[in-house]
Design a protein around this ligand. Sequence first.
Ligand code: GLY
Length: 364
Amino acid sequence: MKRIEVGLRRNIDDSYQVYIGEGILERVGMVLGADGSADRHVIITDSNVEELHKKRVQEAFEKTGLRTDCITIAPGENAKEISTVVDLAEKLLSLGADRKTMVIALGGGVVGDLTGFTASIYMRGIPFVIMPTTLLAAVDSSIGGKTGVDAASGKNMLGTFYQPKKVFIDLDFLETLPDAVFRSGLAEAIKYGAIESPEMLDRIKKAAEKGALRKIGFLKRLVAESCMIKKRIVELDEHDYGLRRILNFGHTTGHAIEAASGYLLSHGESIAIGMAIAARLSEKLHGLPATSRKMITETINAVGLSDVIPPTVGAEDIIARLSMDKKKEGGKTNFVMLRRLGEAFVNGGIQEEILRETLEESRT
Ligand code: GLY
């Protein structure tokens, strides 16, 4: 027998910069032009963002001599499917995009996930950057390189790890966000507070009580701290085998509730309820102090989100969806629990009885 080694020991530097500030759109073109890794740029956005921001973004790019085209997709989670990726790839082909083309995700989490996925497979990979226009994308989905689309059996079932070349978070985009979309992003920020930074949780609660959640100074710090927490976790576990899972605090039951509501509840609304359930389970099973659970639910309520499961979403439906998750995770349902605020860990299974009882308690 002959043995041939294909030696692929790699030393790859996928590091990238995240720029955060007001009015940085004016500088994006310059930074990308100076980067020189692409000779043309294609913006991918959805029709809502197109109406609000595309003209301004394209003008800012063109002022710095960047050649840009734009592809628009339908807005919303329903677009997050493989046919949209194929469609995007066809459109890139018809524009003549090649491996020296950079795509720019201009939008929220769905646009980022679709653009990143398409960039990761188009001609075996082309560079992409993210310009988030929602708080959720700014604090969470733009960092860490998770891309993907949903399948009939669940969210994000097809995807890649593919890091952007840069992320530009222009806080001016957040000004036009409707309150409900803004709140959805706050849920992810509350998550960071619960799992890593009780001080941040406290600051969110106080800002909500003072009506200061949309103040630029508060937002700048919130976004920067969230990105800092996320980057530290991603640096230690890029491919989500261990520590990164704590970023799913509230997401296990949250995703099940979101799907069981027929996606009538937004991602943020669903994970807010999921976090309240996770806090309840943490108190019951892992000694999370009652005051800490209260702090989580009070913060959720203070920003205008609910911590209870609506009557339209049945416990059996949630449990059925959690068992689908179980198959995906090799026979376990991973719940992220808290011992204390800022001390999260993964619990690889909760008895169905306790879960059922906690879901019932979470209705009022
Ligand atoms: N949003 C969870 C993660 O990026 O791992």
